[in-house]
Ligand binder design. Structure first.
Ligand SMILES: [Mg+2]
Length: 106
């Protein structure tokens, strides 16, 4: 199953459950906040070393992707194309690791 199939499956479930399929049927800010909340749940799972069972790290990361694909689908964003574009642009990007590591140590 590729990312387009996953997106379709998620949007099919969204349609079935009535979560909203058009921009005017959702609160975009709330959807973005919910993606943030799933990341926080992933951090919590990681810190508590919950790698199996309910609400485990992998499940929370999956929640982030499911919610992100739902939001991208609402706006008819070709997320596969966007991801590939981002990977390509990162290939030419340079990071100043020395300064980044200094900032991270604060
Ligand atoms: Mg969750």
């Amino acid at each position: 199953m590729d990312i387009k199939d996953l997106s379709k499956k998620i949007l099919d479930l969204v349609r079935e459950k009535g979560f909203g399929l058009k921009p005017d049927e959702i609160n975009v800010g709330e959807k973005i906040a919910l993606i943030h909340s799933e990341l926080s749940e992933a951090l919590d799972a990681y810190r508590k070393k919950r790698f199996e069972g309910a609400d485990n790290f992998g499940e929370e990361l999956a929640d982030v992707i499911v919610r992100t694909l739902h939001l991208a689908g609402i706006f008819d964003i070709d997320i596969e194309k966007e991801i590939i574009k981002k990977i390509e642009s990162n290939k030419d990007r340079e990071w100043d690791w020395e300064n980044l590591n200094e900032q991270n140590s604060l």
